[in-house]
Write a protein that binds this ligand. Sequence first.
Ligand SMILES: Cc1ncc(COP(=O)(O)O)c(C=O)c1O
Length: 297
Amino acid sequence: MGGRQAFLNGSFLVEDEAVVSIYDRGLLYGDGLFETLRTYRGKPFRLDAHLERLASSAAFLKIPLPFKKEEIKEAVYELLRRNRLSDAYVRITLTRGPYGPPARCGKSSGRLGLETEQATLFIVSRQFTPYPARLYRFGAKAIISRIRRSPRSVLLQHKTLNYLNNILARTQAQESGADEAIFVNTAGFLTEATVSNLFVVKEGQVFTPPVSAGLLPGITRQAVLEICHRNCIPARENNLRLIALAQAHEAFLTNSLMEIMPLCFIAGKPIGDGRVGDLTRRLRGLYREMVRKELGL
Ligand SMILES: Cc1ncc(COP(=O)(O)O)c(C=O)c1O
């Protein structure tokens, strides 16, 4: 009895009982999407934006969303209530679902057809575990991944269940004693890190690679661009070569869980003076303020 609950296709179940089919295409082919977000005192930050991204990627991949956005939103809040969570990590996963019975879907089984009976949607939540404090105090260290990204791969613009390149790159980072890996695309431009977007600061100006370079349009990335705009901090999307990172004064990474994390070393060399930059620190404060204001905390 008891135990943490998950939402699965309309029901709240104890996590151990929330199981999906071995024929689920999310599992078989990575045929699905996910969202990860953070809640502050029980309130999810920019849940609407996360659901918009999920819905538009689902439409792109022709995965029918089995619930309305409002219903998913309500399910997130209800799950947080049931699990008595305040500062939480929430993950919403959507897959194309399992193949239906062979009589109806037999023709497509094992043939990558799109026919499934019903998409699978589940939500899990747990207490938020902060990233190690040292990463904010001294900044993260990144390597440049050997894996090159194709700017033509439209899938990079969606948060799909295919993270193997990211996992390989993260493994390379760990093996070199770094915290993160940055991807460069086949045209030689910077894209993003394995689970975060990349920003570079040069002479008080903020730059981030454009989505067309082959990266996820992060919700936090968007929030940072808004913050810069509102505070008259020059910021723009720009194709950046590796040298721009090596010669930057500051750099930082963003995602919904880490918020803004300073990046102080690239390929073993310091970025700027190798310490957390002033603008990065300021943006971190402004981001927290934005979260507090938007959530009414
Ligand atoms: C590859 C990748 N890029 C960027 C991000 C940042 O996205 P967001 O700010 O929406 O969390 C993530 C988040 O997990 C990611 O996996």
